[in-house]
Ligand binder design. Structure first.
Ligand code: ME8
Length: 511
């Protein structure tokens, strides 16, 4: 019986918008988690995809003079075409318009209807005539909507009995069976669950919105965005299609998302699962916003950053590094050219690239191009060796905690210790004294081993550059991260392969 796979998800993104740094962030974060898990020996199931039904997609298609399907095909492909160069190693790319997903949504709807968890009722609310959407009092206030455009409408619809799940959700959150991170978000959800939970309107009459999933018990209606979208996480895990896959993957180990969709994931989704008798996910993790000039990056504000433009200019790995290292998971972070360059030149160039070229050059000059045989075991005690041992101890816990910015920082600490070791031992001086051959050998071994260990640690974040760095040391990357991090892995006598500068200078923009 195969064990449980580690199942990680991103939100499935709307196709009214092209990928940008915000959506790229969650997707890179999920990818880095998936790569660390695989390197630590887990079987991984990694899902991302696109959310294609509903008003927004239908309107975007209409504006472009396309059918919704043609529009969705094109935009969904654009997400795939962005994730490929960003090296996103997903197992499933799900589209809510896939026939298998329609079957899952309809089967769940049918079951809930038969068991009385869905009922027909009257929806009362404000309807925005030209925008063709229902708006809440809160939205009217917040967006200062012109009230003359609103009409009070009452319309028959279908409702999911979400309210009756409130106590069960609260119990799951309080007991930790459903973990919500960070703690501030968990408190927010518990606060929300203090109040009565209303029932959820899940349908729209086809006469107004036909781009959705038809209700199996009333063909005049389609289901509404969230009910359709959230179920993607079980469809993509094989639910009602492949029992062995579903048993291996579900429950999800972590649903990643931005804080905008915390409530839908920590209240609507558990309510749906509880009603359907499907186990709850283990963890929900909501990260903060990427800000530009202090405001949230979003299409409506028009301050979006195209991930591929940075990847083209600085390299895919440099972009992945910035995203992972700059944002403390759970807090907001500023995306700026200045910060990007500081990380590129500082962390990547001055610490990693520099230590690699120092190691390879010195082994060339003082070791005949081969990793020397150290006099003391593995080069003897040193600050980098102590840092590497500490990293091996803390890494699995940090990965479990999704504290990936701290993993990146620990790798930089190790590289900084390596650069200090070069300055401390000054092998070029010792090399002048024939009596100090063992000092040179120990120093060169220690320096090269530091770069090797740090490159192995960084590989899930910067897969290409880490592989390049290891290649210059004459090393093929290991599939087993724990084994790779053990000090002393570098085999004396290995020929180094001098190569290009790892992070070449990128000229600042002309002013
Ligand atoms: O909400 N900073 O899709 P969506 C950080 N289809 N992350 C950001 C961001 C920013 N400025 N902007 C977007 C939807 N994101 C639904 C989800 S899931 C069943 C359905 C990321 O295209 C972040 O992960 O609006 C956020 O939660 C997500 O994109 C919203 O993507």
């Amino acid at each position: 019986m195969p064990g449980k796979a580690f199942y990680v998800t991103t939100p499935i993104y709307y196709v009214n918008d092209a990928p940008h740094i915000g959506t790229a962030y969650t997707t890179v974060l999920a990818d880095v988690i998936a790569r660390y898990r695989r390197a630590l020996g887990d079987d991984v199931w990694f899902l991302t995809g696109t959310d294609e039904h509903g008003q927004k997609a239908a309107e975007a298609a209409e504006k472009r003079g396309l059918t919704p399907r043609a529009h969705c095909d094109e935009l969904s492909q654009r997400f795939r075409d962005t994730w490929a160069p960003l090296q996103i190693s997903y197992d499933v790319f799900i589209r809510t318009t896939e026939p298998r997903h329609l079957r899952v949504v309809q089967a769940v709807l049918d079951d809930l209807w038969k068991r009385g968890e869905i009922y027909r009722g009257t929806y009362e609310g404000w309807y925005h005539v030209s925008d063709e959407i229902f708006v809440t009092e809160k939205e009217i206030e917040e967006k200062a909507i012109d009230r003359s455009k609103l009409r009070r409408i009452s319309e028959d619809n279908y409702f999911f009995r979400m309210g009756r799940q409130r106590d069960a959700i609260r119990e799951a959150v309080v007991s930790g069976r459903l973990e919500i991170r960070p703690a501030s978000r968990r408190n927010e959800v518990l606060g929300f669950l203090e109040k009565d939970l209303g029932d959820l309107c899940i349908s729209r009459p086809k006469s107004r919105l036909s781009w959705g999933v038809e209700l199996p018990f009333d063909r005049d209606y389609v289901t509404y965005v969230w009910f359709d979208a959230l179920l993607n996480y079980v469809t993509g895990a094989g639910y009602l299609q492949d029992d062995a896959t579903f048993a291996r993957t579900w429950p999800a180990d972590v649903h990643l998302m931005g804080k905008d969709i915390l409530t839908t994931h920590s209240v609507y989704w558990p309510a749906m699962l509880l009603a359907a008798g499907i186990p709850l996910p283990r963890r929900i993790l909501a990260h903060g916003w990427w800000l530009v000039g202090g405001t949230k990056m979003s299409k409506s504000i028009g301050n979006v950053v195209d991930p591929l433009s940075y990847a083209t200019k600085f390299g895919v790995d440099a972009l992945r590094w910035y995203l992972v290292r700059e944002m403390v998971v759970g807090q907001d972070a500023e995306f700026s050219d200045e910060r990007f360059r500081a990380r590129y030149d500082g962390d990547l160039g001055n610490e990693w690239g520099n230590l690699l070229s120092r190691a390879v050059n010195m082994i060339g000059r003082f070791g005949g191009g081969k990793v020397p045989s150290p006099a003391l075991e593995h080069g003897g005690p040193s600050e980098p060796r102590t840092a590497a041992a500490a990293l091996l101890d803390t890494l699995p816990g940090l990965v479990d905690d999704v504290a990936l910015h701290r993993v990146g920082e620990a790798a930089m600490d190790l590289l900084r210790a390596g650069n200090r070791h070069v300055d401390l031992t000054q092998p070029w001086k010792a090399a002048k004294d024939p009596a100090k051959g063992s000092v040179v050998a120990d120093a060169l071994y220690t320096i090269a081993e530091t770069v090797r260990v740090a490159s192995e640690v960084l590989r899930p974040i910067l897969p290409t550059k880490a592989t390049d760095a290891l290649a210059q040391l004459g090393v093929t990357p290991s599939g087993d991260l724990r084994a790779a991090l053990r000090w002393g892995g570098l085999v004396p006598g290995t020929a180094v392969v001098p190569g290009p500068v790892l992070f070449p200078r990128v000229d600042p923009p002309a002013r």
